[in-house]
Design a protein around this ligand. Sequence first.
Ligand code: HEC
Length: 151
Amino acid sequence: MRNTTLTVFVLASIFALSSISWSEEITYRKHIKPVFDSKCIGCHGPQSPELPEFEKDKKKYKEMSKGPRMDSYTYLTSFVGWPDTGAIMRRLDDGKNTKDGKPGNMYQHLGSTEEERQQNLKLFKDWVGNWTLKKWKEITKEELDAIKVKY
Ligand code: HEC
């Protein structure tokens, strides 16, 4: 009897753990939007310029601490795929994939502790799927195709 209970317990635990580690797919709605809304929206929200407008007057917007607008699925994915290919990856990388080994300058905004930054970086990485820092001119069609960004 004791053994049976133990076996059931062990099996249940394994099942519970494996379903956590297999976990659901990372989606914009469930995982990325909440992080974005708490960490990024202040500088990339509705008060921010469209990307071409931002690029025209970068200096002004930088001084205002405003980056280009990214507060929707459609906006955000244009900083992953096109036209600003790899921008999210270059800015959020923790230094493991950058040429100079330094973190991208938005990495710091991912959290107030290194643990939180790493957790949120992992969410972004799993969401993007193919974490390449390449720009439009360097990326291949296959590499683009491997980007997931589920809604
Ligand atoms: C305190 C304000 C602030 C916060 C918070 C912030 N950003 Fe930024 N971000 C900026 C500014 C200003 C720029 C433009 C200056 C620059 O290129 O560094 C920028 C640039 C970027 C760019 C490059 C856009 C381009 O086309 O050049 C990306 C991508 C980005 N931010 C993503 C994020 C993400 C994702 C978060 C949240 C984790 C975030 N930022 C949080 C202010 C902020």
